[in-house]
Structures are given as C-alpha cells and as structure tokens.
Design a protein around this ligand. Structure first.
Ligand code: FES
Length: 96
C-alpha cells in the first residue's frame, strides 16, 4: 500500500537508509523523519487513547502529534527532525 505522501521532486538526492519495525527502508538525505516515514506508510503512530492512526497535525514542531518511537525507546518529533542514516523506528500497525 502506498504511503500518505508522494515524492514529486528531489528524487535523485543521495539515499538515506533506516529501519521500520526491523525492515530496511530508504529515503533521501535531507528528508524529515515525517517525509521518510509517510512516503512509505500511512501513519506515524497510534494514539494511546483510542488506537487510531496519527500522521501529525501542526507540521511545525508545536503539537507533538508526530512523536515516533525509536527502537532505543526515545521519541522524536518526526516533522521537525531530519532523518539520519540507520535510524530505527517502531511503528505499531505497520508491516514494515
Ligand atoms: S506535527 Fe506537530 S509537532 Fe510534529
């Protein structure tokens, strides 16, 4: 299933490798974590209250709706943090 975002430009930027639920994935250097994840997936996390999928709200680092869990247990704002090589994320409800 395609992600929520579609990459329209910068398709030739250097690749940046990361993992979602242990599965290797590739985005582009300079992508935010949100761009990298939502190009592949439909959500970033599930709410603690209802389990409904979330994909961010403000997109500018203010609301924390885009917090994603890393394998090391730390959470990071996906909308305002650049993806780094070999980051590892845990996204509940995603097969990759
Ligand atoms: S979407 Fe609001 S802080 Fe990231």
């Amino acid at each position: 299933m395609p992600g929520l975002f579609m990459r329209l430009v910068d398709q030739q930027r250097e690749p940046c490798h990361f993992f979602v639920n242990g599965t290797p994935c590739t985005a582009r250097l300079g992508d935010t974590i949100m761009t990298a994840l939502l190009t592949l997936n439909e959500h970033l996390r599930l709410t603690e209250f209802t389990g409904s999928p979330r994909a961010g709200f403000c997109l500018m680092g203010a609301c924390q709706d885009c917090l994603v869990l890393q394998e090391n247990g730390e959470r990071v704002r996906a909308c305002s943090t650049l993806l780094q090589e070999n980051m590892r994320f845990v996204i509940p409800g995603q097969n990759r």
